[in-house]
Design a protein around this ligand. Structure first.
Ligand SMILES: [Zn+2]
Length: 410
């Protein structure tokens, strides 16, 4: 197998199975706190003897843009996925951005498959599956790509594999559960026990991190579960890299109610009803655990608007970290300019942005709100089970993980 160049970066061919784990919502602190209590012996060894750094994820610090950055090795300006949800300028409609037609760059899996590499991708939620597996020829000897959520429906034609429940030996997990992520790890271990995979990608869900802070009993249990599976991957000789799509912070007031700035209501009061259109790119079909509340919003304004005036008005609202116009946001966060609104609003560490208060159903929030989306959730772990030669001053991004695992591991 030869090195491949894709999206402007060159990757050496894997000489050992190379597994990247994206632990959804794994803010710095979860692993360290579990390690301090002796709950995660393998991760503790990674922290001490492997590569242990912090990296910056992509802003908006949401799931889809970051997963796509990790598998393309590039920012959203290159791959095009800048939210879970957006206002499609071509149709004027609000749509999910989980369709492969929105993807503008090949994944590194696709490039390595052309070199004969065998690829295995397992994701917790099915929403990501088609994007991650885009362009791959699927089949038991080529590539497999499936989700825990729909593990019972996996077919050779659609996923390159069938009989996933039997293979993994677990029953189909509930979509809102820790088991949905455990299934991902269990599947990764079983796949590698049964066959050689050159590149593997395991992507979990942040159901636990949305509800439980670092060092709390449920969070520690989750990382202890993960630790056992990662140790097995290591034992089979894999290079194991771990990063996260984004961090996570408490977004509630001292009385435990969510600290929300309802931006649509604010702009309606300022400009008139529905003159501005506020879009929350965190929106996805699985909003129960965060009520579609995150720290990043996009504002679309009519063509004749005084954008600077609206910007100044938003900037003075409580809990706003920054407001950028389209061009500035595209440059600073490396986003596709043609898929942004007129203003990009980022709220501060403990504040979230909503549209109109009446539009958010918060009845499913059984715990004080924890969420993400902002600059304050940009720091994520960057761990590899072996030492790597990387300059200490290099600013690492979560989407450098395959590059470091393939090119710089000793
Ligand atoms: Zn996520």
């Amino acid at each position: 197998m030869n090195a491949v160049t894709v999206n402007g970066r060159t990757y050496k061919a894997p000489t050992r199975p190379t597994v990247v784990v994206c632990v959804d919502g794994s803010a710095p602190g979860y692993i360290e706190k579990a390690a301090a209590k002796g709950r995660v012996p393998f991760l503790a060894r990674m922290l001490k003897e492997g590569t242990s750094r912090l990296a910056d994820c992509v802003v908006p610090s949401f799931t889809n843009p970051n997963n796509l950055s990790i598998v393309t090795g590039a920012p959203p300006a290159v791959h095009g996925i800048c939210g879970n949800y957006f206002l499609d300028p071509e149709t004027g409609k609000e749509v999910m951005m989980n369709d492969a037609r929105f993807l503008r760059a090949p994944t590194l899996f696709r490039a390595f498959q052309d070199q004969g590499a065998r690829i295995a991708i397992v994701t917790a939620k099915d929403k990501l599956r088609k994007l991650l597996g885009h362009g791959l020829a699927l089949g038991p000897d080529k590539a497999v790509c499936f989700s825990s959520e729909h593990a019972d429906k996996a077919t050779i034609a659609e996923n390159g594999i069938d009989g996933v429940l039997e293979l993994v030996g677990m029953k189909l997990p509930d979509v809102y559960s820790a088991a949905l992520s455990e299934f991902v790890f269990a599947a990764g271990v079983r796949l590698l026990e049964k066959s050689r995979w050159d590149l593997m990608y395991l992507s979990t869900t942040d159901y636990i991190q949305h509800k439980h802070a670092p060092g709390t009993p449920v969070a520690d249990d989750f990382y202890a579960m993960m630790d056992g599976y990662l140790a097995k991957l290591d034992k089979m000789g894999a290079v194991v890299g771990l990063t996260a799509d984004h961090g996570m912070n408490a977004k509630h007031r001292p009385d435990k109610t969510p600290d929300v700035l309802y931006l649509q209501d604010e702009l309606d009061a300022f400009l008139g009803a529905n003159v501005a259109r506020v879009i929350l790119p965190i929106t996805d079909p699985y909003v129960v655990h965060h009520g579609a509340l995150g720290s990043y919003a996009v504002v679309h304004l009519p063509a004749d608007s005084d954008i600077d005036k609206v910007r100044s008005r938003i900037a003075i609202l409580p809990g706003i970290e920054t407001v950028l116009n389209r061009r500035e946001a595209a440059k600073r966060f490396e986003l596709p300019e043609d898929r942004l609104g007129d203003l990009i609003v980022v709220s501060a560490v403990h504040k979230v942005l909503g549209t109109a208060a009446a539009k958010h159903d918060l009845s499913g929030l059984t715990e004080p709100l924890r969420s993400h989306g902002g600059i304050s959730e940009q720091a994520v772990p960057f761990l590899i089970n072996r030492p790597a030669d990387i300059a200490p001053e290099r600013r690492l991004r979560n989407f450098d993980i395959y590059e470091v695992a393939l090119n710089h591991v000793r």
